[in-house]
Design a protein around this ligand. Structure first.
Ligand code: SF4
Length: 129
């Protein structure tokens, strides 16, 4: 798919790209049919990446599910409470409840793929070295 998109970009170049100006598309979240790519079994990215802070001062775990109260960890004012913060039992419970089939396109697709393939399945044979 990326080759096809590159060809379209080269052919139509709607933004008049040159050596000083380029447009990069985000395609890693999509399958060949532009549906959300589900190339992993579980969400791990919510342990290893960033979070967002909403306008109501809530720490949300997933930018693609922003606004969903089920994905909110706590208020930034409660963050130092070890029962509520990053790595807490609440954090783990939220991640355990995630059903990736209900997720929209996932910004952290590559993180989840790498974790499953490299860490869990050891496809890079880390133990070999
Ligand atoms: S969209 Fe779903 S799988 Fe992707 S990071 Fe968010 S919760 Fe995890």
């Amino acid at each position: 798919m990326s080759k096809q998109i590159q060809e379209w970009g080269d052919k139509y170049n709607p933004f008049n790209e040159d050596n000083n100006f380029k447009v990069y598309g985000v395609i890693h979240k999509f399958s060949d049919t532009w549906s959300p790519k589900k190339s992993f079994k579980k969400c791990y990215g919510n342990y290893y990446t960033t979070c967002y802070i909403s306008s109501s001062a809530k720490i949300g775990l997933c930018c693609d599910l922003r606004g969903n109260p089920d994905m909110e960890l706590c208020s930034i004012y409660d963050y130092n409470n070890v029962d509520l913060g990053w790595g807490s039992a609440k954090h783990k419970a939220i991640v355990d409840r995630i059903n990736i089939e209900q997720c929209p396109r996932c910004t952290l697709t590559h993180i989840n793929e790498i974790f499953e393939n490299v860490i869990l399945q050891d496809k890079m044979m880390c133990d070999f070295f």
